[in-house]
Design a protein around this ligand. Structure first.
Ligand code: 2BA
Length: 109
């Protein structure tokens, strides 16, 4: 068994969960925050049998879209006056950041 940890954009989360559930995958949704943008994203935990891993990964890849976002730099530059001036930057936030872990044991009590 594998555990997929998929970090996705909030905009894609609901549709992704619907697609996964429709294909009989089990999903847990966590409200998370990206360290760089400090804005909300969604992390899904998806436990899958080995033979269904590719199927689940395909759904994540199909549903999740990358988008450009304008963000205020989290590390403001310092001007000659010593005043910190935040500046806008454009980042491309990925469709999904996915980790796949081997599951040592799985139980339901
Ligand atoms: P954030 O940390 O808020 O990052 C959002 C986007 O900002 C990233 O998109 C990337 O395009 C950009 N970014 C992140 N760190 C940067 C840096 N040091 N310099 C310049 N740009 C930077 P993604 O790479 O698609 O990541 C989307 C979200 O996935 C991240 O949100 C974070 O929550 C998670 N993530 C990505 N890689 C991760 C990792 N190796 N471990 C844990 N979480 C990760």
């Amino acid at each position: 068994m594998k555990l997929i940890i998929a970090i996705v954009q909030d905009e894609d989360a609901s549709r992704l969960i619907s697609h996964l559930m429709a294909d009989d995958f089990r999903v847990t949704k966590l409200a998370t925050t990206g360290g760089f943008l400090r804005s909300g994203n969604t992390t899904l935990l998806i436990g899958v049998e080995n033979e269904r891993l590719e199927n689940a990964m395909g759904i994540v890849e199909k549903v999740c879209k990358s988008r450009k976002q304008i963000a205020t730099s989290p590390a403001p530059i310092s001007g000659a006056t010593g005043v910190f001036v935040p500046y806008p930057i454009e980042v491309t936030v990925g469709g999904a950041t996915v980790f796949v872990l081997d599951v040592e044991q799985f139980a339901k009590f």
